[in-house]
Design a protein around this ligand. Structure first.
Ligand code: FEO
Ligand code: CA
Ligand code: CA
Length: 701
């Protein structure tokens, strides 16, 4: 199990160059977009604060939060909180006995098999693949006869975020005997043209290929039916609630920057109507039954930044990683809105959090300007005790930030049309904050190798710095509209902490503590780049870390929090790794944490993107509380070239989105690197997979 496996690629992210080109427009090959001189936590510790004052701040936070049973109160505090503790509890010795409930499966060893590898005793099925019909009238998938019209009614490409929403009797009535019991919503982040089209020529895509790609982006809403005896899940094509949203679906722009001059274009002088959503990575499910989705690497779709001469415009484009001439997919040759010289403002209309009401197939989805514009990995909502909506968001770029939004108004529990309208406007008004973290150990104890500081933990306190609320800007020199449209620049000025690629963020439904996946940052500590700080403690960070924080008094609207690193990922034999204090010889290796979710027991499940330990990506479960805190156990691995996305853990099944299988340098339709899921002779296809215990019991019991 520990045998070092051959590395798949030498690319800095651990990904193939093909992934880089198609997914993020070679973001990692470009200069880091954040070159602001904004202080990072290490500087702050060294220059501004004495050790004593930091400790005092930490202690106050710890006490306040502990009172709310959710504090980050120092080493060992984890075992004091939550989670039922059975006979296996050994407060002073090593952990013996069984893993935490929900994680009792035989861990899957790291491997490079071109399949979904699951634990012994578990079955699996493909729920839906790229190209399967979703809407009435859509044809079955035929890779030799693809058309934009067909794709617009079929499941899109590169499924990422997944969520399942309940269908009540009202919707069952819709199902016409199909037996659908849940609604699956999936993001389609991007397209891999070389794996979609035989003989694809990247220099000369055809109009049909480009329009197929537009239709393969976006989101899908698909009713699904579970099998009674197993956890298998099947798509219900042509259900009345099924829907496709694509790169050309009309969106309404809402919130304080809607209608701004920065958002007006020739095609939309109102600045309130946008066609399409792009690069939808992860997302979240709101307590009012809608879906949020993050527009992430939108930079790659826009061409000719190099010909923009206005210095101010050029600077904002650069800060968003928008550079070069022709775009990778050359959409600008088919629609001039993707050409920055022809339409300067279209690029400002992407990079938002979008909200979709999956229960109303005729509704116009929204782009929420109040939540800021950056490379949105995800958007995870929760409610405060008195009903304010809070949304956590990561900006997935090296040295970028994580944010939260707090709504001004409160959610209504009622079910009337008026209540629904009210809830759908919750994200239009509120305050946008960015996170600043301060470590509690002296800067010279953070050595860049991951060695724990003397106090035994990477931990400290944090502040939410307000950027804007409604029409009010808190950033000197920027209007509120500018803060929303150029949020990265606003956060630079506010002095936010430069993190190691903040991805998914999710609060534990059990403890209220919040978990931030920080994927990696191989530029940390490079010449001229920020060095290590207590929250990002490793130079040339290949494997990433998971940060845990507790809002003060466990109140999500709070302005301060305490934090510590829960996992410092990598090979457990590497001394620079940390697994919540759990014995390292008893955990599965984990690299590049990306998307996170919780099971009913409060265990954190983490999917990976770009494993740098030589294995395929996978899905891991880990207890966050109790005597098994930090015990990482690998549940599955995905096929060659794929990333594990959209994990969901239900009582009787685990759902994952297998994204970009076969995405390996040099691979094409003619020379596939993977033939998953249908085997030789078939196109490799991204797909959603359900995994379940074959004996019909609970996952991991
Ligand atoms: Fe779409 Fe940050 O990964
Ligand atoms: Ca510390
Ligand atoms: Ca991701």
């Amino acid at each position: 199990m520990r045998k070092p496996l051959p590395l798949l690629t030498a690319h800095p992210t651990g990904r193939s160059a093909m992934t880089c080109r198609y997914r993020c427009g070679d973001a990692c090959f470009h200069e880091v977009p954040n070159t602001s001189t904004n202080e990072y936590a290490g500087d702050v510790i060294a220059r501004a604060l004495s050790r004593r004052s930091v400790l005092r701040a930490g202690a106050v936070l710890g006490v306040a939060a502990a009172a709310a049973s959710a504090g980050i109160a120092g080493p060992g505090a984890g075992s004091a909180v939550a989670a039922p503790q059975g006979k296996g509890h050994h407060p002073h010795g090593g952990p013996h006995g069984k893993p935490a409930k929900g994680l009792r499966f035989e861990p899957v060893a790291p491997n490079t098999a071109d399949t979904v590898t699951v634990p012994e005793g578990y079955g699996q099925n493909v729920v839906i693949r790229w190209g399967e019909p979703v809407l009435r009238g859509a044809p079955d998938f035929d890779p030799t006869r693809q058309s934009a019209k067909a794709q617009a009614g079929q499941f899109g490409y590169n499924n990422d975020f997944l969520t399942l929403l309940p269908l009540d009797s009202r919707h069952h009535g819709h199902s016409h005997g199909h037996g659908a019991d849940q609604l699956l919503v999936a993001n389609h982040e991007y397209t891999d043209e070389e794996l979609m089209f035989a003989g694809y020529d990247p220099e000369q895509p055809t109009r049909e290929q480009v329009e197929i790609a537009w239709a393969a982006h976006g989101l899908s809403v698909v009713a699904v039916a579970g099998e009674r005896r197993t956890g298998a899940l099947h798509a219900v094509p042509r259900h009345p609630l099924n829907r496709r949203v694509t790169a050309t679906t009309e969106f309404q722009v809402t919130g304080p920057a809607a209608g701004s001059a920065l958002l007006r274009t020739k095609a939309d002088p109102s600045g309130r109507r946008v066609l399409g959503t792009l690069n939808n990575c992860s997302g979240g499910t709101t307590p009012w039954g809608t879906v949020l989705s993050g527009e992430e690497n939108f930079n790659q779709y826009f061409a000719n930044a190099e010909r923009v001469t206005d210095p101010e415009r050029a600077a904002t484009l650069k800060r968003y990683g928008i550079s070069g001439g022709a775009s990778g997919r050359r959409w600008e040759e088919f629609d001039e809105r993707f050409d920055l010289t022809a339409e300067p403002n279209e690029v400002h209309r992407f990079g938002w959090v979008v909200e979709l009401d999956p229960y109303d197939p005729d509704s116009t989805p929204r782009k929420h300007t109040a939540l800021g514009r950056f490379k949105h990995e995800a958007a995870q909502p929760r409610l405060s005790r008195d009903g304010h909506a809070v949304v956590y968001m990561g900006d997935d770029e090296r040295f970028d930030y994580f944010y939260k939004f707090v709504s001004k108004n409160r959610m209504r529990r009622g079910k009337s049309a008026e209540d629904r309208r009210h809830n759908l406007s919750l994200l239009d008004e509120g305050t946008l904050y960015v996170a600043k973290l301060t470590g509690d150990s002296p800067a010279d104890e953070i050595d860049g190798a991951g060695t724990l500081p003397e106090d035994g933990e990477f931990d400290g306190s944090g502040r939410w710095i307000p950027l804007a609320a409604g029409d009010r800007s808190f950033v000197p020199g920027m209007t509120a509209e500018e803060v929303y449209v150029f949020t990265r620049l606003a956060a630079d000025k506010a002095g936010a902490t430069k993190m190691d690629r903040p991805e998914d963020i999710e609060p534990s439904p059990r403890t209220g503590r919040v978990y931030v996946a920080l994927t990696n940052n191989t530029d940390r500590g490079k010449d001229g780049k920020p060095g290590p700080d207590e929250a990002n403690p490793r130079n040339a960070n290949k494997h990433g870390q998971v940060l845990e924080f507790a809002e003060r008094r466990n109140d999500p609207t709070s302005r301060t929090f305490s934090w510590r690193l829960f996992l410092v990922c990598g090979d457990p034999q590497d001394p620079g790794t940390y697994f919540g204090g759990f014995p390292k010889d008893q955990v599965s290796p984990i690299s590049c944490p990306d998307n996170v979710t919780f099971d009913d027991y409060g265990n954190l499940w983490i999917s990976t993107d770009g494993n740098k330990l030589g294995s395929h990506d996978g899905l891991h479960g880990v207890a966050t509380a109790g005597p098994r805190r930090g015990e990482v156990r690998q549940f599955l691995t995905v096929p060659t070239g794929a990333e594990t996305c959209g994990p969901l853990v239900q009582d009787r099944r685990v759902l994952v989105a297998v994204q970009h299988p076969g995405e390996v340098d040099g691979a094409s339709v003619e020379k596939p690197a993977s033939t998953w899921p249908d085997g030789p002779g078939h196109y490799v296809r991204p797909a959603v997979v359900a995994v379940w215990p074959e004996d019909g019991s609970h996952v991991g019991r």
